[in-house]
Design a protein around this ligand. Sequence first.
Ligand code: 0WD
Ligand code: CA
Length: 380
Amino acid sequence: PNSQRQHQSGSAAEQNPLNSRALSTRRELYERDFPVYKQPVEVGSFSLDSERRFFNDGRQMRYYVEPERNPNFDLRDGYKDRFIKRDDSVKEKLDHILRWVVANRSKLNSRTTSASSCALDVDFVTWRGHLTKLLTTPYETREGWMLAATKFRGTIYISEVETEAARRERENRTERHEEMMYWGYKFEQYTCADNVHGAPDPGGVVNTNEAFCTVVQTRLADHRLLFSGEVDCRDKDPGAPAPPACYVELKTSAEICTPKQRSNFHRFKLLKWWAQSFLPGVPRVVAGFRDHEGVVVSVETFHISKISQLIKNEYNCWRPTVCMNFCCDFLTFVKRTVTEDSPSMVYLFSWEPHRDVTFSVHRDSQFSFLPRWYVEEMTR
Ligand code: 0WD
Ligand code: CA
């Protein structure tokens, strides 16, 4: 057994060198020391307005206004008459991030050009949400994913492709589910002000086209990452730390009434919340617990750095190190697989629960996602 241990010291992809076409997602393979994850640094931000137009600034930033502990916010208010919903059949892929890259190229330490060198000094460009899915994969039992990867001028771009199952679910949501999706945005409206000295306006319109996104740079082991994530609001105290440490993530969740519900909250919800905010270095999540009628009955702050303590007593619970090591090994697997540097080549990585990650290769296909304007701009 000892000698086997030693062989298992490498990454999971290395453990099975004969099978370079698949990556295991079994938790046991990722139980090792926490990998190096550098403190994420905000390198910029951008905004999307009520019509989903891109602005290279923080105009959509909002300010957190701490609610009462037991506020009685009615999350159903305005669903019928003061709600403008983003069209989620429109697939934006990486477009907004790429717009930001083009506008901020000088800010990114880009390596001086020789034909084969990096145009951007990073290995991966993606959405935070895609990385969250990777982090939670070893514990996910319901939803698979597909991630398209393209290497262009030495950087690998990763963009999600909607699975058939996800499309079916999106097209067949119940009215109850549609309404419950609104509740999260309504909670934001109750707790966020548009100005640093302002107050929330629960009488206004909820428009889910609007977004403020941070762009951060960091490193996971030897993977240099550039990613963007939507940020709900920031601490309005002028003495608050610099971004991303001043950011606050807002969530709603069903009220916890039984030990079983508490256990499920720890095992499933806190995993997703931790992964999403840990990645960009957002230090706290403010949760509104709501009853069945969509009334927020209590509000609680969760510090990301304390979540692993909170879940310690849960039997057979998730572990941050497994999440990070799996993500790290997946990125290694991607680097090893995505060899051809071409904007029209897509390596499509697919995963279904209880399976390995596999991939297929597509040239000039429906999966190509780097827009011509981006390729032309970056080639100039
Ligand atoms: O699949 C995705 N995550 C995609 C996201 C595909 C294409 C575009 N986007 C972009 C949008 O530009 C959006 O502004 O998503 C941005 C948010 O990206 P993210 O931060 O990487 O995504 P994620 O961490 O999954 O979600 C953060 C928030 C969500 O809040 P909650 O508290 O529910 O996690 O962004 C919202 C949602 O409010 N959101 C989205 N907004 C627009 N498009 C999307 C989406 N596809 N998914 C979640
Ligand atoms: Ca949120």
